[in-house]
Design a protein around this ligand. Structure first.
Ligand code: NA7
Length: 545
């Protein structure tokens, strides 16, 4: 076990009741709750120069949310719900940024956020019962409670490809996109990655690039988003039905405003099933996977959806070889995060777009002028776009050097994979709360729903501690062990682990332990578990006065 290093700085620390790391959806709401509801002194430390978290950094072409706009927002304020109006079915990155800036100003949050401040270390001082954090600039802050609101997909995964440093063109990761954009006009562009991000970027880059070469390692399903401006009737429906929409989102497994149909794919004849899938395809979006209740638990049921979606790809893509590569999908539908798209497959019918199968011939190296694959083929490029995803869930937490009781570092405690109680706390790290941490539904849920539940639970917990004169709360090791078993059991009850190369399992980052990280038992069930734990006096946590 390595002991956490000591803090570098000697400057006195600025003292608060609570420190929050990150000013995305989570950090903003956590600040509001602790400051305005509980009356605590709180400070948000944010690496970026503005609010938005994941959305602040992900400015790539086509960046858009996969949750429908009327469900991708806070629900805690009736006034906020009434005054904000989304323009499209799926909100684009700039509109989400406008929304989060509006929330920040409306609730006067900006004055308690320190921007351009990257947290590098966090130490728990047992005698003082306080966390001290240090920033890249050597500033120090201390607080009783430390809350990480660092997001699940905020540590970029840039594959270590030999020769990248010598590339004479430009290269970018989609999650660290230049704020003033990238002009692809007349350029030969290579894009690596066909996850949700890559699938959004391809059609937009193809519009201006001279040529776009897409390097695909794993073929992917995608459902049309059918994005469009919202009609006045729908906007009115949303305005008049906030409580019912919120109640619906709270009742579903994924926090989306649609329920999973209570029927098996086996209940219907092949013709009836086809009609269901056609209707879901025409409707578009993530709701496709809600067509039958057994799509994620029964392989034969899943095959019916997978076959339909592969057939759609072959119908849309005209070149049979390209269609074959795009539809050669090796995992059941929705066992990796299912993308939704705007003309993704159709874009391969453009003369300026081509597909390279890097499962068959992996990328060998980057040269000063392009990419070489193992079969010796060379691709001359002016720009390389890495749509290669993230060191998900644990990456953002482990990028901070966090040490708890007895100087134990989080890196050591999680060396074989993350271990949490409810995804909210780690044994050995008192008064540290992890919003949407590993072991919680997080990325399997519509994120604002998961975030509001966590932030509210943490706020109620801190209120309870202060009301009872409790100085410290810490997950017990036993409760965390039991929860890790529960998280594994929940994943194993589904088909999700069959996608053995997914980022849910950490398999996209070389050397990362393969552990299924999010809780797959459903958001509604999870909310109930968290409520029960609190009602039983924070069962599984050790509270000390
Ligand atoms: P994803 O879903 O992790 O997708 C990353 C893509 O990049 C995926 O196709 C990967 O292939 C590919 N990849 C990663 N490394 C390499 C290397 N070394 N060579 C070739 N291809 C590679 O990230 P996204 O940003 O698209 O989406 C993340 C989430 O953001 C998404 O789920 C939504 O929740 C929003 P692989 O599949 O690993 O073979």
């Amino acid at each position: 076990m390595t002991q956490g290093s000591t803090l570098r700085g000697t400057a006195p620390s600025a003292e608060f009741d609570a420190l929050i790391i990150g000013a995305g959806f989570s950090g903003l709401y956590q600040l509001f709750c602790l400051r305005d509801r509980l009356g605590l002194t709180a400070r948000v430390l944010e690496a970026g120069d503005g609010v938005g978290g994941t959305w602040y950094w992900n400015r790539y072409p086509g960046a858009r949310c996969d949750s429908e706009s009327h469900s991708y927002c806070y629900t805690f304020s009736k006034e906020l719900l009434e005054e904000w109006e989304w323009s499209e079915r799926y909100p684009e990155q700039p509109e989400i940024m406008r929304y989060l800036n509006h929330v920040t100003d409306r609730f006067d949050l900006r004055r308690d956020i320190r921007f351009g401040t990257r947290v590098t270390t966090a130490r728990f001082d047992e005698a003082a019962n306080r966390w001290t954090v240090e920033t890249e600039a050597g500033e120090r802050y201390s607080a009783t409670y430390l809350i990480t609101a660092v997001g699940c997909l905020s540590s970029t995964n840039i594959p270590k490809i030999q020769g990248l440093d010598d590339f004479k063109g430009e290269w970018y990761h989609t999650g660290l996109w230049p704020h003033d954009g990238v002009d692809f006009t007349g350029k030969r562009v290579g894009q690596i990655g066909t996850g949700s991000t890559g699938i959004q970027a391809v059609p937009v880059i193809a519009e201006t690039a001279k040529h776009l070469t897409v390097f695909q390692r794993t073929a992917n399903y995608s459902i049309p988003a059918h994005n469009a401006p919202l009609k006045p009737e729908f906007k009115r429906y949303v305005k008049e039905n906030h409580p019912a929409i919120r109640a619906l989102m709270h009742s579903t497994a994924n926090g989306h405003p649609f329920a999973i149909e209570d029927r098996s794919a086996h209940d219907l004849t092949p013709e009836q099933r086809e009609a269901v899938y056609e209707a879901a395809w025409a409707k578009g979006g993530l709701q496709f996977r809600a067509s039958f209740r057994d799509l994620l638990v029964d392989k034969a049921a899943n095959d019916t959806a997978a076959d339909f979606l592969k057939r759609k790809i072959r119908e849309i893509v005209k070149d049979p070889q390209t269609a074959a590569k795009l539809s050669d999908i090796d995992h059941p539908f929705a066992t990796k995060r299912p993308p939704i798209d705007s003309n993704y497959f159709d874009t391969y019918n453009r003369p300026n777009v081509s597909l390279v199968d890097v499962r068959a011939a992996p990328i060998e190296r980057v040269t000063p002028t392009g990419i070489v694959t193992r079969d010796g083929a060379t691709y001359d490029l002016d720009v390389i776009v890495f749509a290669t995803g993230f060191d998900a869930m644990t990456g953002p937490l482990l990028s901070i050097d966090i040490a708890g009781r007895d100087g134990r570092s989080l890196k050591d405690v999680w060396s074989a994979g993350p271990r949490t109680y409810l995804g909210l706390q780690v044994a050995g790290f008192p008064n540290l709360f992890t919003v949407t941490g590993p072991g919680s539904p997080s990325v399997l849920c519509n994120m604002p729903v998961a975030i509001e539940q966590h932030v509210e639970w943490i706020t109620d917990c801190i209120a309870h501690l202060r009301a009872g004169g409790v100085k410290r709360i810490e997950a017990s090791a036993d409760a965390a062990d039991r929860w890790v078993d529960e998280v594994n059991a929940a994943a194993n009850a589904t088909l999700l682990p069959l996608a053995n190369h997914s980022w849910y399992l950490g398999a996209n980052v070389p050397g990362k332990p393969r552990v299924f990280m999010p809780y797959a038992g459903g958001m509604a069930r999870y909310r109930g578990i968290c409520n029960d734990v609190a009602a039983k006096g924070y069962e599984g946590f050790v509270l000390s006065r």
